[in-house]
Ligand binder design. Sequence first.
Ligand SMILES: *[C@@H]1O[C@H](CO)[C@@H](O)[C@H](O)[C@H]1NC(C)=O
Ligand SMILES: *[C@@H]1O[C@H](CO)[C@@H](O)[C@H](O)[C@H]1NC(C)=O
Length: 890
Amino acid sequence: MASAQWPCLILALFSVLVASGFPRSHARLLEKRSLLEGEVNGIDVYSTKISCKVTSRFAHNVVTTRAVNRADTAKEVSFDVELPKTAFITNFTLTIDGVTYPGNVKEKEVAKKQYEKAVSQGKTAGLVKASGRKLEKFTVSVNVAAGSEITFELTYEELLKRHKGKYEMYLKVQPKQLVKHFEIEADIFEPQGISTLDAEASFITNDLLGSALTKSFSGKKGHVSFKPSLDQQRSCPTCTDSLLNGDFTITYDVNRESPANVQIVNGYFVHFFAPQGLPTVPKNVVFVIDISGSMHGRKMEQTKDALLKILDDVKEEDYLNFILFSGDVITWKDNLVQATPENIQEARTFVRNIQDQGMTNINDGLLRGISMLNKAREEHRVPERSTSIIIMLTDGDANTGESRPPKIQENVRNAIGGKFPLYNLGFGDNLNFNFLESMALENHGIARRIYEDSDANLQLQGFYEEVANPLLTSVEVEYPENAILDLTKNTYQHFYDGSEIVVAGRLVDKDMNNFKADVKGHGAINDLTFTEEVDMMEMEKALQKQDYIFGNYIERLWAYLTIEQLLEKRKNALGDEKENLTAQALDLSLKYHFVTPLTSMVVTKPEDNENQMAIADKPGEEVPYSSLSSFASTDSYQSPLTPYYYVDGDPHFIIQVPEKDDAICFNIDEEPGTVLSLIEDPITGFTVNGQIIGDKRGSPNSETRKTYFGKLGIANTQMDFWIEVTTEKITLWNAAAQSTFSWLDTVTVTQDGLSVTINRKKNIVVSFGDGVTFVVVLHQVWKKHPVHQDFLGFYVVDSHRMSAQTHGLLGQFFHPFDFKVSDIHSGSDPAKPHATMVVKNHRLTVTRGSQKDYRKDVSIGTKVDCWFVHNNGQGLIDGVHSDYIVPDLF
Ligand SMILES: *[C@@H]1O[C@H](CO)[C@@H](O)[C@H](O)[C@H]1NC(C)=O
Ligand SMILES: *[C@@H]1O[C@H](CO)[C@@H](O)[C@H](O)[C@H]1NC(C)=O
């Protein structure tokens, strides 16, 4: 059997440092072309398949290449795969003439000994090294006997992170020769539903790809397929070299109707959080920019260009300043200034005139920036509800002033004191990135490389865009105590628009029925608590139906995230703590078969443990971009009191009179579109208005037509606060800022004594301090119902703080009033006796009836008996019902 050639096949591990001396070269393989299609130097690579399965952002990719040696001597076959730096290799197997050599993940030290042994015997082969900005390269070469067939199969996994509103999966495509069967297949499954999906190839426009590329999505599933024929692969109609050389990128996002999504499988859970529609929290930004001599030339021009573009995007409510450091420190302004048009104009002039000079004093530059932010806060120069950010850019190492990295780190850490994040941008290669990264991480920020290239300005600007829109600060994700184990990071200083917070963990009790999670944070105008409740039975049923979920994806996602965070923490740990973090990360890497910086993949020849060859190793540096964001106050759900006044249904108004232990009711029949005044209090400033909607038939006949409240406006002009509730969404305005929520949210918004709690798909409780509480109930009907549509009910649960001058269809009854019922006699329907009512000096004929109170249970309701006043409440309400028609909701 040809596998007797095995002794020639040696796979070993090379670190980045020795990689440059590695003797193999693709040029050699490309020298001679065979006349046969897709065959180079006797090696026919006849199939390459990249298969991607993404489930809830967790990607599982398998790259398989098959080749046959058609030459009459042994030949070297190479297999290259470029994979994202953020990915972990999880498997690699070689199959030669039907015999499979599986990969095993081993502790790096163990693998290294075997590798050294192989090298000492003069054997060579596989390596992984950094390649470009986002990728690293896995390469392996194998000597294959004449006539033998070989299959390489590499598997890697990664958690796709959301950036600027989408998830992105990069696949590097570089077959180097025509391949008979070349194929990329991606299946995406997202329980929240897919909202957008796209796929692009950098090497060719999509229209030229024609039928080779297909992409589609519907509901929870998305599919991308790229299968270029041999002819479509040719760089020109008569060429035998391949056009396929570049990035193949798949991007998508999921539906955001609900701010959070929790998935639980086999006792592991993952919680995704990305709220929409919140206003941006004003920022105080200090740019600390290196202007030392080494920045001279293009780097300086690109930096200025980026800063000018950033100035175009700065929002007027933001505050900013520039600090330039070389040997000295220069500040634009002594204090942070607001980004008014005049100040921005002045800042542009300042930026244009920046000159490079001198040495690099990182320490003093940073400390000046930090003290400026601290002072601005202490002296109340910046808005109370603002957040601070410091962005430092340097292209080199500190070489003047305090230049010892550990000392700079200590100074910076003490000065910031955990109050705001530090982002470090390292421009070019000539710097100690580990130092920048370590410093950023210990101050709740991240470090990013800016690659010296023609697009460096765009990279800088792109980074700013990511942090430009904080929607929440001090974000804390909470789970019931004692219910959760092994939680990943659950506090974040900021939540930025377009990103996503991901928390995973394990349940103590796998069989629990309910799962509840709260996310608390400070928003631009108020504090928010988003609550997510999950019915486990329902979830299990929903997930079981999906056949293409790969089994334990949540557990693997949890392991991936945990390892990533342990490795990140490890960067700043010392002594025992570092050892402990290393041990935990190693345990998990081995258990879950991940090639991390602590492990290597070893391919074993069956029954020959001596002849092991290590393969995959992970180059160090650069942590993956982690979503950025830690602490908030708790606001308990307001438990409502018994209602006294409400309007619900085809508007039925119910006035409960506790002294009488009875209730009065009436209907208002008006045209759809009409807005009615429900409450108006000139003293406290409250108004509540409701707009009528009709049913789907739009019948003009008021006898048979059903009308409801479809829109409510709750306002307090004195508090400068407006809430608009429709059957679709809830919008809050405070001064100029607007927040939008959906009925799928469970969230509490609090601010200055006001609290608004949205209970997903049920109701909204609005409380103004102690003494005014309203509840809005959502009635959802079957979407395809021929007649009915969704509508709202409005309940006044507490009104004791409203003034005696309160008016409106409900408000006029807030003050005590009396009524007397006499002469009860049966009418045509014995269940509905008639009577005479004396109220507000009117004598009315009323009918006994009942209505329902849906505040506690929206589907069934509680029956409330009442005396029905006919003719739009005539005689009961002050004036006539048309007096209550107002022009607008507010
Ligand atoms: C690695 O891949 C091979 C070939 O597909 C498979 O048989 C083996 O079970 C995989 N190993 C692991 C740990 O997934
Ligand atoms: C790390 O330390 C924690 C307590 O600090 C301990 O419970 C755990 O077992 C340690 N882990 C390892 C792998 O040593």
